[in-house]
Write a protein that binds this ligand. Structure first.
Ligand SMILES: [Zn+2]
Length: 218
């Protein structure tokens, strides 16, 4: 198993022993990536515990270090319903017919910097769904097209303990759905188009062989 004995990879986090700062990216195959995550228990008045704050801080560090636009808690070995996103704005390319991606669009297609989602719920998928190529920090070198609704609504608790609801589109909505899947133990290899699954078969087999050897990564 990836990272077994190294803290976090096996997925059973014992706070008496482990410091969130020691948690690192978990690579497929790993049980924690396949388990349905537990809701975060909030304190009185929705207070977010110091432990959850520490987990989030580490998630942000790992996301930045790995240059991701999103990261879910199981990806650092924590089986709790938390994800972070940072979907940058993009000016687009007028000549190539690429529209800009903005946090100010209605609904937004980028995040307003770093955003934290605790116990998120996704609802009201738009009627339109599109394929788009996705990657995943837990599946290095694997990329494939996944069909998802282009617009969804998300409700969650922020790091300040306040509930919020927002609607998003484009890459932001896609990122939410990708990260939400992680909380359900679902990976892009389960969802990608058949042709892309076949294309990635060899890389996936190599990754799974690495895992079996207990080599871990990094
Ligand atoms: Zn992912």
């Amino acid at each position: 198993m990836v990272g077994e004995g190294g803290g976090g990879g096996g997925g059973y986090v014992n706070w008496g022993v482990l410091n969130p700062a020691s948690l690192d990216i978990v690579i497929h195959p790993s049980d924690v990536l396949r388990r349905k995550c537990e809701p975060v228990v909030l304190g009185a008045g929705g207070a977010v515990s110091a432990e959850t704050q520490a987990i989030v801080a580490r998630m942000v560090e790992v996301m930045r270090q790995e240059e991701g636009i999103g990261l879910a808690a199981p990806q650092i070995g924590v089986s709790q319903r938390i994800f972070v996103v940072d979907v940058p704005e993009d000016e687009g390319d007028e000549e190539a017919g690429d529209p800009p991606r903005l946090a100010t669009s209605v609904p937004p297609e980028a995040s307003t910097g770093l955003e934290v989602y605790i116990n998120p719920v996704i609802s009201q998928p738009g009627k339109k769904a599109e394929p788009f190529e996705e990657g995943c920090l837990s599946l290095p070198k694997i990329r494939g097209r996944v069909i998802r609704p282009t617009e969804v609504t998300i409700s969650a608790i922020g790091l300040d303990g306040k509930a919020f609801t927002k609607r998003g589109a484009g890459l932001l909505a896609r990122c939410w759905q990708h990260e939400f899947d992680h909380l359900e133990g679902v990976l892009i290899i389960d969802r990608m188009l058949q042709a892309d699954r076949i294309k990635n078969r060899k890389k996936l087999r190599e990754l799974e062989a690495d895992g079996d050897e207990g080599a871990g990564r990094g």
